[in-house]
Ligand binder design. Structure first.
Ligand code: B12
Length: 263
């Protein structure tokens, strides 16, 4: 949409053309949304700037991202697709939601996690084979790798993400990495089964703002805890996560930890 040519307008006329109250237009000028220059003590708006804001206002506003009920239905479809090893459908469900505005954190937490828990439970009860469970992990891992974070401005810092030796659950580390990247962190994703000494060395040699340890295997929970204490004692803030802890919690804790970090 364009206005019909002409020179600059005073703010009152510009407000009238925009169909808003003078005070609203004044607020936009003060807030930087509408460009205006002070001429002889009065605000003047260039035609091009008026056109720009008219165009912005006529553009359709972003539709709301899918709500909790849609995500729950998507989780059902995801469960079935994962169970059948139908990778194209799983990908379509996930990427479709992202295009519609679902955040990566919500996608993982509400669409991937519930099916994984169900599949893990069914495997535990002997209702599913290891092959199905491994195939599922592979599909989820590949799709997580395709999720592009929305980079915005300056990074919050660097987060190291790993699980300790003996914990082969790489997926929760990938989930944590994806959620943190989406929250504008640089992520050093070292994955599962990392020797504690290597983690300590990495933190000593790199500017790590926060170390994130995902702990999923109950047999290595103590080692994860001990490693976290050692990393903290050596001067790097650390957060330890495990089953049932959410990615939103992780993102909040990482932000808090960055406030106490040296880097
Ligand atoms: C896939 C899987 C595997 C795969 C992993 C493949 C991979 N690439 O990751 C493989 C085959 C390797 C595997 C192996 C085993 N597994 Co397994 N596995 C699973 C399964 C199905 C999904 C794991 C997962 O991704 N969980 C992540 C999500 C779904 O759940 P979550 O735990 O709530 O995780 C959240 C937090 O961790 C958070 N998060 C991540 N990082 C951080 C950091 C912070 C700070 C915060 C706040 C949050 C946070 O992110 C996640 C999402 O929100 C689970 C089922 C389940 N309930 O999890 C079983 C499960 C974890 N496995 C289990 C078991 C027993 C094993 C084995 C011991 C089996 C065996 N006998 O060999 C081995 C152990 C191997 C080893 N040495 O580690 C059990 C654990 C039981 C228990 N807790 O007592 C489970 C629960 C299955 C079950 N129902 O019995 N497993």
């Amino acid at each position: 949409m364009t206005t019909t040519g002409g020179g600059p307008l005073d703010l009152r006329t510009a407000a009238a053309e925009l169909g808003v109250h003078y005070q609203t237009a004044y607020g936009w000028v003060r807030g930087g949304r509408l460009k205006a220059t002070l001429v002889g003590g009065r605000y003047v708006v260039a035609r091009a700037d008026l056109d720009a804001i008219m165009l912005e206002r006529s553009a359709p506003s972003d539709p709301k991202p899918p709500g909790a009920r849609r995500l729950a239905r998507a989780a059902e479809r995801m469960h079935d697709a994962l169970l059948e090893g139908d990778e194209p459908v799983a990908r379509q469900v996930a990427l479709g939601l992202v295009i519609e505005g679902t955040s990566i954190t919500d996608l993982i937490q509400m669409v991937f996690v519930p099916p994984l828990i169900r599949i893990g439970q069914a495997w535990h009860e002997g209702l599913l084979t290891i092959s199905v469970e491994h195939r599922t992990s592979g599909i989820v891992e590949r799709i997580l790798g395709e999720l592009a974070p929305r980079r915005r401005g300056r990074r919050r810092g660097t987060a190291l993400v790993a699980a300790v030796s003996g914990d082969n659950h790489a997926l929760p580390t990938s989930m944590a990495a994806a959620a943190l990247r989406d929250d504008n962190w640089k992520v050093e994703h070292l994955g599962a089964d990392m020797p504690p000494s290597e983690l300590l060395q990495f933190c000593a040699e790199h500017p790590v703002t926060v170390a994130v340890i995902s702990s999923t295997n109950p047999d290595t929970a103590e080692l994860a805890k001990k490693t976290a204490s050692e990393i903290l004692a050596a001067g790097t803030p650390v957060i330890l996560g495990g089953p049932g802890r959410t990615l939103r919690e992780l993102v909040d804790l990482a932000r808090q930890a960055s406030r106490t970090s040296r880097t």
